[in-house]
Design a protein around this ligand. Structure first.
Ligand SMILES: *Cc1c(COP(=O)(O)O)cnc(C)c1O
Length: 501
């Protein structure tokens, strides 16, 4: 509920029944909140209460203060959506005021809102997936490999303009294979962006290698060239140059390849591009995922397109991709009997899921447009609130806005972000903090870390003050409006001193 609307719901005991009826009609929510002279919630008033009072003979001009007092049913700000629903059920009501510790109303939740959760990023099917899947069933090509897998690989490769693809069971599996292809051995050092999802760097551990984390830069939120340069200088001094650099493209946006790739080249270190979150994005006209010696996409359920679960390893070098496909099928040698020389994995994508992927690929362009439109609506809606600072999209970058993210400027950002997310959650709106950087994770305790600048830990600040909003390409305008209203309210909550008008 918007602050303006909440203000209209709040009335004083000195209001006449006539005015209350008019107000009730004006706000058309079926309730009003009667506040005492201190602004504390005295009672909730439903249209039923008003009609009953009039039937019992109360005159139009009698005052709300004269109605029998009922103790208000309300909850405080620590309640979550489940608490709210439980209370509504227990009292058979469809609305519930939220009050601050002083008993002043700060919000009202209506049952209707709680019937439909708004997700951060949910799967969005097109029209053709079921036909591809049906074809797999009809031809009994359910598993293991099959024509959809080959077609999905070729179609995606040509869509992004990278030579070849190997379809696998997840983005994480693709990263693991990529590291194996690049020859990562136990004890090797691997550089990786710190601000990312753990799937980027768990595979470093699978290989028995040691991660070194690199900070973000403020202008892209992706790997800082300054921090990368410093990490290389340190590694050179320590004689432990990395065997590979994992470059992550975050939240649908490419890293600054023109600044980062030459540094890696200078040290002769290959790049694994983690484009799990950036399929569909471009950097200076070239597809995200077309920059690393090896690149990786994910088709997990929350990504821009999905196969329910899956990933693809991409490379221009056909030898690398052929080898990836072999390693992903238990590294089986081409012999009728099962011959094995090296260790392999069971990582291939099934033909059914590849069918979903082919259908999804046909709507990828549309999904990018839709996600960007969601971002633009948020941006327009909050143009008047300078404390909201959107993830930047520098000139030459085309982000998919896979997730719409912002940081809150000003003091106590972390505390305010938690309050905002908690308030949204009460209205069944899923918002999340920006990724917790890997150098702050207990799993990677003791791993070296290079900040953007001395005393300037950018990824830690983004985590501290950042929020991701619901961003799905299937969010209706009504749902976006719900998020916009609730976010606006959550941002101003606790600031309104006196609501009663
Ligand atoms: C999702 C994701 C992965 C892992 O992909 P899965 O398909 O979930 O295994 C890796 N890196 C990043 C940055 C991701 O967002």
């Amino acid at each position: 509920m918007s602050p303006g609307e909440l203000k209209l719901l709040c009335v004083k005991p000195a209001m006449t029944l006539r005015d209350a009826l008019l107000r009730m009609e004006q706000v058309s929510r079926g309730i009003l909140l009667v506040l005492d002279s201190e602004g504390v919630l005295a009672r909730t008033l439903t249209d039923g209460d008003l009609r009953r009072a009039i039937l019992k003979g109360a005159g139009d001009s009698s005052l709300l203060g004269g109605l029998p007092l009922t103790s208000p049913i309300a909850v405080n700000e620590s309640a979550d959506a489940a608490d709210v629903l439980r209370l509504m059920d227990a009292h058979q009501i469809d609305h519930l005021p939220i009050v601050d510790p002083g008993g002043k109303p700060v919000d009202v939740i209506f049952r209707r809102e709680l019937s439909q959760r708004i997700w951060l990023s949910s799967p969005h099917l097109g029209n053709e997936e079921s036909e591809f899947v049906a074809e797999a069933f009809k031809t009994n090509w359910i598993a293991p490999l099959g024509p959809h897998v080959n077609a999905f690989e070729t179609e995606l490769a040509s869509h992004v303009g990278v030579g070849y693809g190997a379809a696998v069971s997840s983005g994480t599996a693709a990263i693991h294979l990529g590291l194996v292809l690049l020859g990562i051995k136990p004890g090797d050092t691997v550089f990786c962006s710190s601000l990312t999802f753990v799937g980027s760097c768990n595979p470093i551990l699978y290989c028995g290698a040691r991660p070194v984390f690199i900070d973000s830069e403020p202008s892209t939120w992706n790997m800082s060239p300054i921090a990368l340069e410093q990490a290389f200088e340190w590694a050179k001094r320590e004689s432990r140059l990395p065997a590979c650099v994992i470059l992550v493209n975050l939240y649908g946006q490419s890293a600054d390849m023109d600044a980062l790739l030459p540094i890696c080249e200078r040290y002769g270190v290959p790049v694994l591009e983690d484009a799990a979150e950036s399929l569909g994005a471009t950097y200076k006209g070239k597809a995200s995922g077309a920059f690393g010696r090896v690149a990786v996409y994910s088709f997990n359920g929350n990504k821009i397109i999905t196969t329910s679960g899956g990933g693809m390893l991409m490379a221009d070098d056909p030898d690398l991709v052929v080898r990836a496909r072999k390693l992903a099928t238990q590294a089986r040698e081409p012999a009728a009997h099962y011959e094995h020389i090296e260790m392999g994995f069971n990582y291939r994508m099934s033909n059914v899921l590849a069918g979903i992927g082919r259908g999804q690929l046909r709507v990828l362009k549309e999904r990018v447009v839709q996600r960007r439109r969601v971002f633009e609506r948020y941006q327009e809606a909050f143009a008047d609130i300078p404390q909201i600072q959107w993830m930047p999209e520098p000139e030459g970058y085309h982000s998919t806005r896979w997730l719409t993210c912002f940081t809150l400027a000003g003091p106590h950002a972390n505390q305010r972000c938690s309050q905002v997310m908690k308030a949204l959650e009460r209205h069944l709106i899923e918002a999340r903090p920006v990724w917790k950087p890997m150098h702050m994770q207990p799993l990677f305790n003791g791993a070296p870390y290079f900040a953007h600048k001395a005393g300037q830990d950018v990824s830690a600040r983004l985590f501290d003050s950042g929020i991701c909003l619901p961003s799905g390409s299937n969010l209706s305008e009504g749902e976006q409006d719900r998020v916009i209203d609730q976010l606006r309210h959550a941002l101003t909550m606790g600031r309104e001193s006196s609501l009663a008008a």
